[in-house]
Design a binder for this molecule. Structure first.
Ligand SMILES: O=P(O)(O)OC[C@@H](O)[C@@H](O)c1c[nH]c2ccccc12
Length: 256
């Protein structure tokens, strides 16, 4: 499944490249105001921080919410106290787009993450051109040399890579890159199975000083507590926010 998602994302990027060549997107990326400091926004605090996701649908959960105006939802996330807004830009299964990212960027002043299956430099340029401050890199999707090349490029553009792992080995690979922001996804993107305890099993492998993000499977405040006890600095939440009153839900999570 992960391979299919990546292949789809790369195909869509290729189609966009035919309309907007690399040189043009690169020029746009370089004209942008500098990326916001995501590591500062996510720095460990005496409460859990939240990366709040704009998510319409997913292959494992189907349709979640219409979200006609992603900018309105993102503004609520900011007002509710989110540290970062994550925007799914994958079109085929998550029903997102780069236009969503662009709209969100214009509406908030906190850092914005491009959530996509990234495997090509062009996608990284697109992220910066649309105003992203962070880019997701999924360890399982790429061989280490490609991961390292993309990681370097994200940093050279002034953005922060969020490196996502789903096993002890993948955490090691994320640490080897020198990543300052590591996410542990409870959902296995190959099988879509959930493992809520994975974060707790691998958290100790993440060096002190690196920001630890627990991703997926937060459905209520008890799940936030569970991840906090296991050592998470931040949680990445989609479904629970897009299917509830986001401000009230965020506030309950921020009290953990
Ligand atoms: O809706 P949830 O269970 O709160 O999950 C959010 C986020 O962790 C999830 O969307 C996600 C984590 N890593 C990803 C990689 C690709 C697509 C999606 C994701």
């Amino acid at each position: 499944m992960l391979e299919q998602l990546l292949a789809g994302s790369l195909e869509d990027a290729q189609a966009r490249r035919e309309l907007r060549p690399t040189a043009q997107v690169e020029a746009e990326a370089l004209r942008r105001a500098p990326a916001l400091d995501a590591l500062a926004a996510l720095a460990p605090a005496d409460h859990m921080k939240v990366i709040a996701e704009v998510k319409r649908a997913s292959p494992s959960r189907g349709d979640l919410a219409e979200i006609a105006e992603p900018q309105t939802l993102a503004a609520q996330y900011e007002a509710g106290g989110a540290s970062v807004v994550s925007v799914l830009t994958e079109e085929r299964k998550f029903k997102g787009s780069l236009a969503d990212l662009d709209a969100v960027r214009k509406a908030v002043s906190i850092p914005v993450l491009r959530k996509e299956f990234i495997g090509d430099e062009y996608q990284v340029l697109e992220a910066r051109a649309a105003g992203a401050d962070l880019v997701l890199l999924i360890v399982a999707a790429l061989p280490q040399d490609r991961l390292a090349a993309l990681y370097t490029m994200v940093r050279e553009l002034g953005m922060t890579p969020l490196v996502e792992a789903h096993s002890a080995d993948e955490v090691t690979r994320a640490v080897d890159l020198g990543s300052q922001l590591i996410g542990v996804n409870a959902r296995d993107l190959r099988t879509f199975e959930l493992d809520r305890d994975l974060f707790g099993r691998v958290a100790d492998q993440i060096p002190a000083g690196v920001v630890r993000v627990a991703e997926s499977a937060v459905l209520g405040v008890a799940d936030v507590q569970h991840y906090r006890e296991a050592g998470a600095d931040a949680v990445l939440v989609g479904e629970a926010l897009v299917t509830s009153d986001p401000v009230a839900t965020l506030q309950s999570y921020l009290s953990v």
